[in-house]
Design a protein around this ligand. Structure first.
Ligand SMILES: [Ca+2]
Length: 238
């Protein structure tokens, strides 16, 4: 009976964790356009696969571009590196010090339960060829302090060609953060032109969400283990 109660308690805990995770990131799939998000520069939501299809299960993607006036980047004009730095909460000169000239950003605030991880799906697209000194870069900033480079022209693994109007792309990849502390957090995406403002680049993002803790697989393993323990205990009785 004690065993049964303990299993129920574990189930209750995992359900509570899932419920907390459901609060997550509001409009992280951009089905509501840019509602709940702040933007700087050239950012828009693509719902017509103009930049290729979003990952399976999603129907929209936010696209951040570096171009000022290219017809295929439809969200306005990119902003100066200094504007992008303050938008992302980065110190002055941190992006321009990496040769950033102009770019665009997209951010939101969210609340996490202890141990939850932030995940999102992203792809980088560029007209700058690999080997170019202009190393256009896509990045994410967590909590206005932690700068994480997603990729750049010279470190990207381009799949060859692109389903977008740009020449090359990485196809969609998944980012997962380290476990977060309980409470308020922020995430800020960015893409910038390097050295010059030629050769547009873009970052597509969707599926921004919190992974619940404990993960379903480990809960199943735990429940399976508890069940086995109960079985062994029953069998060991005379
Ligand atoms: Ca460029």
């Amino acid at each position: 009976m004690k065993q049964f109660k303990f299993t129920l308690a574990v189930l209750g805990l995992s359900l509570a964790a899932s419920t907390a995770g459901a609060a997550g990131v509001a409009n992280g799939d951009f089905s509501g356009g840019l509602t709940g998000w702040n933007k700087a520069g050239n950012v828009a939501v693509d719902t017509t696969n103009q930049f290729g299809a979003p990952p399976a299960g999603f129907s929209a993607q936010a696209v951040l571009g570096t171009a000022d006036s290219s017809g295929f980047l439809f969200g306005g004009s990119a902003v100066a590196a200094a504007t992008l730095e303050s938008f992302g909460g980065l110190s002055a000169g941190s992006l321009s010090g990496m040769s950033a000239t102009v770019g665009s950003g997209l951010s939101t605030d969210f609340v996490a339960a202890a141990g939850e991880r932030l995940s999102f799906q992203w792809k980088f697209m560029s007209n700058d060829p690999q080997g170019s000194p202009a190393d256009d870069t896509a990045y994410v900033v967590l909590d206005k302090t932690t700068f994480i480079k997603l990729t750049s022209v010279n470190s990207a693994s381009f799949v060859g060609g692109s389903a977008s109007p740009l020449f090359d792309e990485t196809a969609y990849l998944t980012f997962t953060s380290a476990p977060l502390s309980a409470g308020a957090h922020s995430v800020s995406f960015g893409v910038y032109d390097s050295l010059d403002t030629l050769g547009a680049s873009a970052l597509a993002v969707t599926a921004v969400q919190l992974a619940p803790v404990p993960e379903p697989a480990s809960v199943l393993l735990l429940l399976g283990g508890l069940g086995l323990m109960g079985l062994l205990r029953r069998r060991s009785k005379p």
